[in-house]
Design a binder for this molecule. Structure first.
Ligand code: CP
Length: 354
């Protein structure tokens, strides 16, 4: 297993590294042309096993604006995956063509599984309901550019907080900044999981839960809206859970310097007329995604922060998560680390009882 600066999980990096990326992204946003040949001769592979507009195209734009070139697929059915090729072989081959690989895959833990057999750095562009770290980097650069700082903010997170991988990564990272207060706004069935709340508390942050946008909005410096992820629902109560809708009337209750963000795609959780409010930042947010991904490509190619992938402990146990990559790619080692009384899968982070 070769060592690279893979971006599988932002937790693999300290806040100094993340801040360096955001600062570089902010410079690239202002001085984009200065970086136009920084990746001359380099090849980026984008392997998208799941639909994407922003993540895929912003990575492609990022590499092209750095002077590099692209290979890849956006539909596995047009690659040899359709003939049954496993993740290991696909990764091994593509990493011998490319200098850096970006992958989105619906299977949880698949980015880490790809990194094990890769001969180049892997960037996780979303692995099922698990993680989406480059969305968090996009969000952080947006907050830096639009608020000037990522600390001492009252942050509303609204929508499907149970299945929304972007909200999990964002809360984990923003809780590392000092003085941030979180207000979670959702239906009880779709509230933020306890393990994220525990991380916020452990990092010294605070949170409250509310079931009404009208009640929460007046306090907020930033409101992060998300769509309801019906495709990931597992029971009927979740199907019935109330949708939240940000309207112009609710915006009248908000501070004049509120910023409204959304990872997009939007379904119906933000009224279209809100787009004309100068506090709506979700379209510029998607554009900041190009600049922060340019910064990320440059930092990853430096390869000076190798990431440890597996602990290889407790190999006789099976991960109990049916969506874990170890259930699909049977050649993978079973690798866990202990957390208190339980075992945590090194791929998908699901908990298994020993
Ligand atoms: N925000 C985001 O991940 O968008 P896409 O699914 O379009 O990439």
């Amino acid at each position: 297993m070769k060592e690279f600066t893979h971006l599988i999980d932002l937790d693999d990096f300290d806040l100094d590294f993340i801040e360096r990326l955001i600062t570089l992204g902010a410079d690239i946003a202002v001085n984009t042309k200065r970086y136009s040949s920084a990746c001359f001769g380099k090849v980026l592979a984008t392997l998208f096993y799941e639909p994407s507009t922003r993540t895929q195209m912003s990575f492609q734009t990022a590499m092209l604006r750095l002077g590099g070139t692209l290979i890849g697929f956006d539909n596995p059915e047009t690659s040899s995956v359709a003939k049954g090729e496993n993740l290991k072989d696909t990764t091994k081959i593509v990493s011998s063509y490319a200098d850096i690989m970006v992958m989105r895959n619906p299977v949880e833990g698949s980015a880490k599984a790809a990194a094990i057999s890769s001969d180049c750095p892997i960037i996780n562009a979303g692995d099922g309901g698990h993680l989406h770290p480059t969305q968090t980097l996009t969000d952080l650069l947006t907050i830096r550019m639009e608020k000037g700082h990522c600390d001492n903010l009252t942050i509303g997170i609204c929508g499907d907080l149970k299945f929304g991988r972007t909200t999990h990564s964002l809360c984990k990272t923003l809780s590392k900044y000092k003085g941030n207060k979180f207000i979670f706004i959702s239906a009880p069935e779709l509230m933020m999981p306890d393990y994220i709340k525990d991380i916020i508390k452990a990092n010294g942050g605070t949170y409250t839960e509310k079931y009404s946008l009208e009640e929460a909005v007046p306090e907020l410096d930033m409101l992060y809206m998300t769509r309801i992820q019906r495709e990931r629902f597992t029971d009927a109560n979740q199907q019935l859970a109330a949708n939240f809708n940000l309207t112009c009337d609710i915006m009248k209750l908000a501070k004049p310097d509120l910023i409204v963000m959304h990872p997009l795609p939007r379904v119906d959780e933000i009224e279209l007329k809100v787009d004309d409010d100068p506090r709506a930042k979700y379209f510029i947010q998607a554009k900041y995604g190009v600049y922060v991904r340019m910064a990320l490509i440059l930092e990853v190619l430096k390869n000076d922060h190798p990431v440890k992938l597996l602990t290889k402990g407790f190999g006789s146990y099976d991960c109990t998560n049916p969506k874990c990559v170890t259930q699909r790619e049977k050649y993978l080692p079973h690798s866990f680390h202990r957390k208190g009384d339980v075992l945590v899968c090194d791929f998908c982070e699901a908990v298994t009882l020993p």
